[in-house]
Design a protein around this ligand. Structure first.
Ligand SMILES: C[S@@+](CC[C@H](N)C(=O)[O-])C[C@H]1O[C@@H](n2cnc3c(N)ncnc32)[C@H](O)[C@@H]1O
Length: 188
């Protein structure tokens, strides 16, 4: 999808999409950079949009890895279908249904999550419950990576994961943050 089309889709569904600009190259590279390049991994991307980060993740992961890209907006989801890669499973659905989506694909646990959904739209308790489910589905040692335009939700992620590192991507338009939390090795 062109930047212009994304802009109009973002305007039309601003509450759901949370932006009128998709991630720029610097953000996409940063988001993919946390994934270990040589390991066989199962990655979930939540709020994949038109696939701009998806393509960078696919460039990064090993040939035997899997990427499940979940997108709520139908028009954006259809763009994911144009990405020809056997490792990619595009899903039209909500991050809230992650556990059911994984079980449909006979997947119990995942390694890492790359998330861009606008968590700010969810009531805090609901957002926390979603994050706790994501954490439960992740393998110990896996990371949860979230893109945000502001730092006001850091305590939410810290309260669930117990740790958080913040990266500021000045080169993105608009400049944005990447929060990275790691699931500790003990099963919680
Ligand atoms: C900020 S945009 C990011 C799009 C793309 N990943 C990027 O970086 O340009 C957030 C995306 O999350 C999607 N989204 C919002 N709520 C969602 C949900 N509950 N489940 C899945 N996707 C969701 C929106 O439709 C939108 O495409």
């Amino acid at each position: 999808m062109s930047r212009i089309k994304f802009f109009f889709e973002g305007l039309k569904h601003f509450k759901e999409i949370g932006t009128v600009t998709r991630s720029g190259t610097a953000m996409c590279k940063k988001a993919a950079s946390f994934i270990p390049a040589d390991d066989k991994v199962i990655i979930v991307e939540l709020g994949a949009g038109d696939g701009v980060i998806t393509k960078h993740i696919l460039r990064r992961i090993s040939s035997d890895s899997t990427l499940i890209a979940i997108e709520l907006n139908e028009k954006l989801y259809k763009e994911l279908l144009d990405i020809q890669d056997d490792r990619l499973i595009p899903v039209h659905g909500s991050a809230e249904e992650l556990e059911a989506i994984l079980s449909e694909h006979h997947i119990q646990n995942i390694d890492h999550i790359v998330c861009a959904i606008p968590f700010i739209v969810f009531p805090r308790e609901k957002a926390k419950a979603m994050l706790q489910t994501f954490k439960r589905l992740m393998k110990p040692g896996g990371f949860f990576m979230q893109i945000h335009y502001a730092k006001n939700l850091t305590s939410l992620y810290e309260s669930v994961f117990g740790n958080l590192k913040t990266h500021f991507i000045l080169a993105n338009f608009p400049p944005a943050y990447v929060f990275v939390c790691r699931k500790s090795s003990e099963r919680v």
